[in-house]
Design a protein around this ligand. Structure first.
Ligand SMILES: [Ca+2]
Length: 142
């Protein structure tokens, strides 16, 4: 009996973290929180779009990034923003000036955040911002 209850609970848990049609399924169930997710993101190799996709700019959707396990800064930021949404936290993507180069980070109410969603970078100059709708125009959900 205990085994059946356990299996039902596991099935309910697995079902509860499914995402709506067209959204990736998996990573939201894999991590327990933003910190755990960001620790994984930090360890994923940085690979430029030019070497990975032979394009100067390519925004991976969270499914692609989860499968590839590598990418550049906006791929990691998009993944973090998507994951945060599964946890009920809303961020945009900020393109900031990092020592003269463009770098993607998280943004909310004009404040720049790291991939963990709570480290703040108040002195970063925001060049552009993208809310989730704008991000969805930049990524492809195949
Ligand atoms: Ca990219």
């Amino acid at each position: 009996m205990g085994k059946v209850i356990f299996m039902v609970c596991v099935a309910l848990w697995a079902f509860s973290c499914s995402i709506q049609h067209g959204e990736p399924v998996g990573p939201d169930c894999f991590f327990e929180n933003m910190d755990q997710m960001s620790q994984w993101l930090i360890k994923t190799p940085y690979v430029s779009d030019l070497s990975q996709f032979k394009r100067t700019e390519y925004w991976q959707n969270p499914n692609e990034f989860w499968s590839n396990g590598r990418g550049d800064c906006e791929d990691k930021a998009v993944f973090a923003i998507w994951y945060a949404r599964t946890q009920g936290m809303i961020y945009g993507l900020a393109v900031v000036d990092l020592n003269g180069t463009r770098h993607a980070m998280l943004e909310r109410n004009g404040m720049v955040y790291g991939l963990d969603g709570h480290s703040t970078y108040p002195n970063m100059g925001i060049l552009e911002t993208y809310d989730w709708d704008a991000i969805k125009h930049k990524i492809r959900w195949d």
